[in-house]
Each structure stands twice: as C-alpha cells, then as structure tokens.
Design a protein around this ligand. Structure first.
Ligand SMILES: [Zn+2]
Length: 179
C-alpha cells in the first residue's frame, strides 16, 4: 500500500450509494469510544487499534470493502484474571449486500456485509473484524501466569489437569458476543 495515497480519517458515516464508485479510502487510529462493543470485552491496559478500509466496485460490479485491521489490546487472562496483552492483525474482504438473499448469492472469495441502509458506519466494520479475530479465550504463558490470586481451587485445577476441560468452555461463554 506504499504507493497508495494516504487514507482519510474515518468519518461517522459513508454513503453506500457513492463511496464505492468514488473509491473511498479511510484509515487511521481508532479510540475505545469508537469501538464500544470491543471495549466492553477489554481489561484496563494497553489499547491501540488501527485500520484501513477501501471501498471499490469490482469488475462484476460488486461493492467490495477491503482493508486491514491491527490492534494491541488488553484482556483478562482466563486463568488468573490479570491483564494480558493481545496483538491482533487481520485482513478484511467483504462485499456489501442489502439482505441475506444477497449474501447467499456471493461467491466464496468474499464475506457478506449486510446493510440495507445507505449510511454505512466504517468503524462498525472494523470493530466486527476485530471481534472476529479475538481468541475465544486468552491465557498468559504458564510462567507469566499467577492463578493463586484467584484462589487455591483454580490453581489446583490448572496444575492438576482434571478440570481443565471445563475451564476453556466457561471462558468461551464469557467471551461470546451477542450477534
Ligand atoms: Zn494469567
């Protein structure tokens, strides 16, 4: 992307009737306030999120949204509940459709982004992609983890293996986001 022009800061909305033919290109750093669903899953600590989104019509006239997201986020370790820094990076390749039927007609090379309104909030797209790239449960490396702060039982489970099957699923439930 080094030969590309610099992106424009993320606007509150883009107009889906125009942004693709105008080849809108947006990007930059995002704050916690701009990503409230994601922020709700985070612990205090490092927060950095950056993304770029490019809106284009492809040769078949599909409304393509392409870009990248990267983030450095703090979540609670599911073993000791202390903050744990995550680094996320992902590519975005979506096609805008107005309904489920449109989504089903898409080929597998793109994921659908369903929105029937012409107002598109680009930060919602970034946030969804970051949510999808979050691990279901995050743990420190064993050497960095200190489960004794949670209590003796969890520490025993961690070391004893016998209940380890149940813990990741509990963590998964806790991290699931409403769709
Ligand atoms: Zn830990």
């Amino acid at each position: 992307m080094s030969d590309s022009p610099s992106p424009v800061s993320f606007p509150r909305y883009v107009d889906a009737r125009k942004v693709f033919s105008q080849k809108g290109f947006y990007g930059g750093e995002l704050s916690r306030d701009q990503l409230p669903r994601l922020a709700g899953l985070l612990a205090d600590g490092a927060f950095y999120a950056n993304a770029s989104l490019r809106f284009e019509l492809d040769k078949r006239g599909r409304k393509i949204i392409e870009g990248e997201v990267e983030a450095r986020l703090s979540v609670a370790c599911q073993r000791c509940l202390k903050p744990l820094e995550l680094r996320l990076a992902d590519d975005i390749r979506l096609a805008l459709v107005i309904d489920e039927a449109g989504a089903e007609r898409l080929d597998d090379d793109v994921e659908p982004w369903i929105e029937s309104e012409f107002k598109l909030d680009p930060t919602l797209i970034v946030e969804e992609q970051l949510l999808l790239s979050m691990p279901l449960a995050a743990y420190h490396d064993k050497t960095d983890c200190s489960p004794e702060v949670v209590g003796a039982k969890e520490a025993l489970d961690f070391q004893g293996d016998k209940d380890r099957k149940t813990n990741p699923f509990a963590a998964l439930e806790a991290l699931k986001t409403p769709k």
